[in-house]
Ligand binder design. Sequence first.
Ligand code: AGP
Length: 620
Amino acid sequence: MCGIVGYVGPQSALDVVLEGLRRLEYRGYDSAGVAVLADGGTATAKKAGKLANLEKVLADSPLPESTTGIGHTRWATHGGPTDRNAHPHLSVDGKVAVIHNGIIENFAALRAECEATGVEFASETDTEVAAHLLAKQYAETPQGPGRLAEAMRAVSRRLEGAFTLVASHADEPDTLVASRRNSPLVVGVGDGEYFLGSDVAAFIAHTREARELGQDQVVEIDRRRGLTVTDFGGTVVEPTAYTVDWDAEAAEKGGHDWFMLKEIAEQPQAVADTLLGRLGDDGQLVLDEVRLSDQELRDIDKVFVVSCGTSYHAGLIAKYAIEHWTRIPVEVEVASEFRYRDPVLDRSTLVVVISQSGETMDTLMALRHAKDQKARVLAICNVNGSTIPRESDAVLYTHAGPEVAVASTKSFLAQIVACYLVGLVLAQVRGMKYADEVAAIVEDLRRLPDAVSQVLTRMEPVRELGRSLADADTILFLGRHVGFPVALEGALKLKELAYIHAEGFAAGELKHGPIALIDRGTPVVVIVPSPRSRGSVHGKVVSNIQEVRARGARTIVIAEEGDDDVLPYADHVIRVPRTPTLLAPIVTTVPLQVLACEIADTRGYDVDQPRNLAKSVTVE
Ligand code: AGP
């Protein structure tokens, strides 16, 4: 989710690029850098931390005047948030500068290829590979107009994964090229000037005329030749032209009213990016960064999952999957309780700490306690280089990108996916699953981004339902099996966004007391498991719907396509795609996020910054 800006035109490139980066700051980042073309060379400046740090560097060592430049705010994925890992990255001769948003899945092999030719890498990033490959390709490309674009096409054809690459070459001072696959890139068209951006916020101050690039396309912007777009094969294509009618603030939110809605919409990409580079072609899992040996994984005889809030709910879902796939006992604990109950931990215990921010003090203190007890600690975290992964023995980063809204959404789905990967690796290494069984589940995981996309296309009835529930003073959520943590998450979303008393229950618990809460018209949301789920859980949940409906509840049912058993007892049915039982939370959670957001918005609350809450709770 890095921020990208490029400029070619009559203005000061540095001014335009820095202004664009400031408008992209909302995306969250941990380092920033710029490059400009001047005097036959490439001048760069880059610095870890916020833009202010970069601006200080520029004040101390000004760059030469230039009318062609690129800029980048980095959200670290491969390699920590350091000066050397900040973009732009340069070729060995310094002539090529590259900035990148996304993940180059096959960068390790490409890096080895470059190193075999004597290239010494200056960073730990996947991006730097592109700079070296581009320089080599450029040297092998016939001179003439479009040379850099042709080199970019050739390199792009070799890359796998998700990338938006923007590059310059000192020998073409009036040209920038960019390439995109599975990662956004828009072009701004001004009067004799052109802009590149990861989103329109980068250039909306200068022009509202935009061109959307499609999948596997390369764009060249040149002061004399203007704008040229081709596919990776070199065939010229006509980009989609549109006029941006958002104001600058709306542009930051991608046209959504709230960052939370933007982040809900980004969930298919967050799930896909968290899987990127981790699913081998042979169906085997590749979690190199986990840094626990196969033997260490085989020696584990107990797993604790420790986290807070929404991340705790991800842990509850992880329990079902890890226990089912590995037969290792899993305990899920609220971090703020964990260390005070003196849990039994030893070297054969794996403690998985889940944290979006990587700074939650309750979770950090639990981690330290686990390490004091000689347990092995694996962090699942969304912020590269944050405290919790730094203090853990191993880390599996979610690649949800920066999450601006206080309410966790895309990071939650990414956490669940990361937990599935941990469970599968344990099962794979311990021989609890044959390779073909792992491969089958991996194929199911690959289908999740599309499943989430399908759910997102059906949210208007959910928003309408949310508006009709805006005056509710209590809403209950019921679920069984993996639907129970989803019920807890749905209730938490409603509490933290709409300030409504909401409670999630294991549906089977209702008759042991909570059913007394049901009154005429009480809204009850029920997450129905797949009819194909293990045992008769599905039938029991349908009975639970009947029980509350018989007592006057207004039943809102989340059920799989084709599950008509729920129809006689449901006032509202929200359909989700058929999904394997253990993976269902990835799709059933989404309507609950949208419902809570709509209710809060209807009540006139600040959805992104709810009262009393912080995005990262750094106190115990
Ligand atoms: C969830 O919407 C909240 N933002 C909160 O419960 C959050 O999940 C919790 O504070 C844990 O934060 P972390 O994942 O950054 O550790």
